[in-house]
Ligand binder design. Structure first.
Ligand code: BES
Ligand code: MN
Ligand code: ZN
Length: 493
């Protein structure tokens, strides 16, 4: 798929499908569109009238244009109310247009959209992201050639947007990161293992010249990572502690750490997930690590003046004679002891040692992403991630980045009193509290492993996967988190 952005207007473009973005208050047609309408013998107005198209966001209509015209098909896509247009509505509109052009078997698409806030760069990047992500379909595990459906759409022209090569390049880098994260999440646990996650990190390091350190089990033992290794113990697959570092050419303005939960499969351990628990979906339990590596791939190409450490304590939570038992006491690398009252609360155990490791690097801020609790899905549903932080500045920076990225987060309280639910008779804490407020006690548990560094925890259990097509997402892994992370790191530069 090739993107081109140029000054060419919708009046001069020729190709398969010309699709115009229209807001609810864009009718009657502007002078340019009235001119386009007359060049296609009134077909544009006819299409709008016949489809009763009002510009409502998400709606589309398309018609065939008679031979002799500059385009084969002419379509419209709704943008909603003019004053409510955002980068996210542009992404979604571009996605709808790209899907429509593909469905109509067009190989070229001319996209004519309003420029948001006179910012051509932001507009071009949002349009390219939306279209590219909508067209990404993951058929790696389908043997049927037809299912692998050749993408017919090969070229998209962003009209009326000259000099946007840099924006298109940025969109491309971001989308490569999102697509990497999607594919890591969608691949099953017999394909994506701690070892292959480490290999993915190695490929990024090699391709873009990043530093990579993979700590093997013995090295983790030497660092005292008893919580992480307790989780990894029953798997036949060895744990891999991934530490990938991006260093800018100049002196970095900031040093940041991104930590992702990397459970390539979560059986629950001896507190095994029962029938109806969604155990067959627990390949997604490395969604945080996937976003971390996806962000690394994008950031390595965008080259901001920030040092970023990408970390994941990758492991598989399995059962066996060597498994950690419910009731076992583990010692984390900061010396704190944990009574494992539930082996299915394993993500926080792996994150405990990863957070201690991240803080020792002397970074200015730590963000962790984790498919941590089912309780967060109960609270916020599938589309919204939980955000936990005691640092308002960091929470604000992530919220701003998320807004620009079009990813949804909702801040939940770190209610200190709920830590009572984690009190243990025999150890410093238990790993699991009572069911009410389960996402909050999980965040409070993590807090025990960060001393003074500004830190934010993002519970992404819901949005890393979607069963249904939604905007520019297709069923499967969504790559959630990558765009917020990239935006946050760029803003820190
Ligand atoms: N990986 C799960 C959380 C999860 C659930 C992610 C559904 C995505 C979809 C996590 O390790 C887990 O099992 N959490 C338990 C915690 C409980 C034992 C305190 C949960 O949410 O039930
Ligand atoms: Mn679990
Ligand atoms: Zn888990």
């Amino acid at each position: 798929m090739e993107f081109h952005a140029s000054s060419t207007s919708c009046l001069d473009w020729s190709g398969d499908a010309l699709i115009i973005g229209l807001s609810e208050d864009a009718l009657p047609l502007s002078t340019t569109l009235a001119e386009l309408n007359s060049r296609v013998s009134g077909l544009l107005q006819e299409l709008i009238d016949e489809a009763e198209f009002t510009g409502k966001s998400g709606t589309t209509a398309i018609t065939r244009v008679g031979s002799g015209a500059a385009m084969r098909k002419l379509g419209v896509v709704g943008l909603g109310a003019t004053d409510a247009i955002t980068t996210e509505s542009l992404r979604r509109a571009a996605a709808a247009a790209a899907r429509l052009a593909k469905k109509e078997k067009c190989s070229s698409l001319g996209l004519s959209m309003p420029v948001l806030n006179h910012d051509a760069a932001l507009t071009a990047q949002a349009l390219a992201e939306g279209a590219r992500l909508a067209l990404h379909q993951d058929n790696r595990f389908k043997s049927d050639d037809k299912a692998n459906g050749k993408i017919t759409l090969t070229r998209i022209d962003l009209l009326g947007l000259p000099d946007q090569e840099a924006s298109l390049k940025a969109a491309q880098a971001v989308c490569e990161g999102v697509i990497l994260a999607r594919e890591l999440v969608s691949a099953p646990a017999n394909i994506v293992t701690p070892e292959t996650l480490a290999q993915t990190a190695q490929a990024i390091a090699t391709d873009y010249g990043l530093e990579l350190d993979i700590l093997e089990q013995e090295q983790c033992e030497a660092l005292g990572m008893g919580a992480y290794l307790g989780v990894a113990r029953a798997s036949d697959l060895p744990p891999k502690f991934i530490h990938l570092t991006y260093r800018p050419a100049g002196t970095p303005t900031r040093k940041l750490a991104i930590v992702g939960k990397g459970l390539t499969f979560d059986s629950g351990g001896l507190n095994i997930k029962g029938a109806g628990s969604g155990i067959e979906m627990m390949k997604i339990d490395m969604g945080g690590a996937a976003a971390t590596l996806g962000a690394a791939k994008a950031i390595a190409q965008l080259k901001p003046n920030v040092e970023v450490h990408f970390i994941s304590a990758a492991a598989e939570n399995m059962i066996g004679g060597n498994a950690m038992r419910p009731g076992d006491i583990l010692t984390a690398s900061n010396g704190k002891t944990i009574e494992v009252n539930n082996t299915d609360a394993e993500g926080r155990l792996t994150l405990a040692d990863a957070l201690v490791f991240a803080e020792k690097l002397g970074v200015d801020a730590i963000v962790d992403l984790a498919t941590l609790t089912g309780a967060c899905i109960i609270a916020l549903g599938d589309d919204i991630a939980g955000l936990f932080s005691e640092n308002d500045e960091l929470a604000g920076a992530i919220a701003t980045a998320a807004e620009a990225a079009g990813e949804k987060f909702w801040r939940l309280p770190m209610e200190e009193k709920y830590f009572d639910g984690l009190k243990s008779i025999v150890a410093d804490m238990k790993n699991t509290g009572p069911r009410p407020g389960g996402s909050i006690t999980a965040a409070l548990f993590l807090k025990q492993f960060v001393n003074t560094t500004p830190w934010i925890h993002l519970d992404v259990a819901g949005p890393v996967w979607t069963e249904k097509e939604n905007g520019y997402n297709n069923p499967g892994g969504t790559g959630f988190g990558v765009r917020t992370l990239v935006q946050w790191v760029l803003a820190a530069a």
